[in-house]
Design a protein around this ligand. Structure first.
Ligand SMILES: C[S@@+](CC[C@H](N)C(=O)[O-])C[C@H]1O[C@@H](n2cnc3c(N)ncnc32)[C@H](O)[C@@H]1O
Ligand code: SF4
Length: 387
């Protein structure tokens, strides 16, 4: 716990539990099938067993039907994985048809796309099925970095996927990249920046590699690169993308004007969202729901009574306020204390303002430019995450 223990209830927490339960406007659907598990990946993934895709899709549609009352007019739909493209266009079309009557006409419908799993005809079919935004998992365009991550796609396949997606007419195209990869030099990062800018995408998510429990890299005892080198890589990425006209709107996300990821922004702003499918997580009011992993169990349970195996966690007002601060500070515009309440440590906020780490404008608080490189540490000074 970084901010100091606090036992008395925070005044802001008194009202937060009483917020009305609006219907959810953001839907995440988890499509878990992959051909193989990449070295850094700890997501809920099923390698092989593709013959279960129809049964899985039936179950997903049944779960949506079962939980229909939670959902309002959908502003965003996010098809994540796993490798959603392995569901092929006809299943994606069936899935989107199942929610067509509650999907807003201008909804953002994102699908993650692994470059090696899509071709031009499929991308056109995904577009025709109603996907508006494609998020291409590149991770790097340097062969030895891809190989350190045990990725299957080649740089040429990444470039081909983006080119075909553009031709297919997606409204917005994003690429995911990683920095802080073992063996990735400053020159590799520079080369990735140059090639990403050449791709002409609308949005870039550039994450720092984390060694997740259970991933092959973690099990192999892999060491991450030196912290200072990783910080330099991050700064180089931010500087280059901002200079090229991208807005650095979230810690790891950059958008051309009008191309922020609406689904993810809703999440960072703490909006309610529903998660459907194995391992999917959602938050509605003061409840977090986590679906269990395991396709076979999921399919059987939904077939039996429509309900996916899941657990529920009651979120205390203090937890919700802390999460709202932690996620909101990731955004360029920061948080509005009229919405999220005050931080646990109000004096730390004053100190951070004096130190130039945080800007405060009325009730709005946001990180200064340099503090955005150390956002988690700043959030840790303001909030008692260990409490
Ligand atoms: C749901 S994941 C995977 C989507 C897709 N199957 C793929 O591999 O491209 C979305 C993104 O999270 C990021 N990611 C996954 N594992 C990560 C890790 N261990 N550390 C940091 N970022 C990670 C990657 O950039 C990835 O593209
Ligand atoms: S990183 Fe993506 S493609 Fe690789 S195993 Fe994880 S979900 Fe599948």
């Amino acid at each position: 716990m970084i901010g100091g223990a606090r036992t008395a209830p925070h005044p802001a927490d008194a009202t937060q539990g009483a917020l009305p339960m609006d219907p959810v406007r953001h839907l995440y659907v988890h499509l878990p099938f992959c051909h193989h598990r990449c070295g850094y990946c700890a997501f809920v993934v099923e390698t092989g067993g593709l013959d279960r895709r129809d049964a899985y899709l039936d179950a997903v549609i049944d779960e949506i039907t079962h939980r229909r009352r939670e959902l309002g007019a959908l502003d965003t739909v996010y098809l994540g994985g796993g490798t959603p493209a392995l569901m092929r266009p006809r299943r994606i079309a069936r899935l989107l048809d199942a929610v067509a009557d509650i999907t807003a006409p201008d909804a953002e419908v994102t699908m993650e796309a692994n470059p090696e799993s899509v071709d031009a005809a499929q991308l056109e079919a995904f577009r025709a099925a109603g996907v508006t935004r494609l998020s291409v998992g590149a991770q790097s365009l340097r062969p030895h970095v891809l190989s350190a991550l045990d990725r299957r796609a080649t740089p040429a396949q990444v470039e081909g996927a983006v080119r075909c997606a553009r031709r297919a007419g997606f409204r917005s195209i994003s690429v995911d990249l990683l920095f802080g990869v073992p063996g990735q030099t400053a020159d590799d990062v520079r080369a990735d920046i140059d090639r990403v800018l050449d791709l002409g995408v609308d949005h870039v998510s550039w994450y720092e590699l984390e060694l997740k429990p259970g991933s092959a890299l973690t099990r192999a005892g892999t060491h991450l690169p030196d912290e200072d080198d990783v910080a330099d890589a991050y700064e180089a990425i931010v500087d280059a993308l901002v200079a090229a006209g991208f807005e650095w709107y979230e810690t790891a996300n950059f958008a051309r004007p009008g191309h922020r990821a609406r689904h993810n922004v809703a999440y960072w702003r703490g909006r309610d969202h529903a998660g459907v499918g194995v391992g999917a997580v959602g938050t509605h009011g003061a409840t977090r729901r986590r679906n269990a992993p395991g396709v076979d169990r999921y399919v059987a349970a939904v077939r039996d009574d429509g309900a996916a195996p899941h657990s529920r966690e009651a979120l205390s007002p203090a937890t919700r306020r802390r999460e709202a601060w932690m996620l909101g500070l990731r955004l360029r515009e920061g948080v509005d204390m009229r919405e999220v309440g005050e931080p646990d440590d109000v004096r730390a906020l004053d100190d951070l303002v004096d130190a130039g780490m945080v800007h405060r404008d009325g009730s709005r608080v946001r990180l200064s430019h340099r503090a955005r490189f150390v956002g988690n540490a700043v959030a840790g000074r303001l909030m008692d995450f260990g409490a």
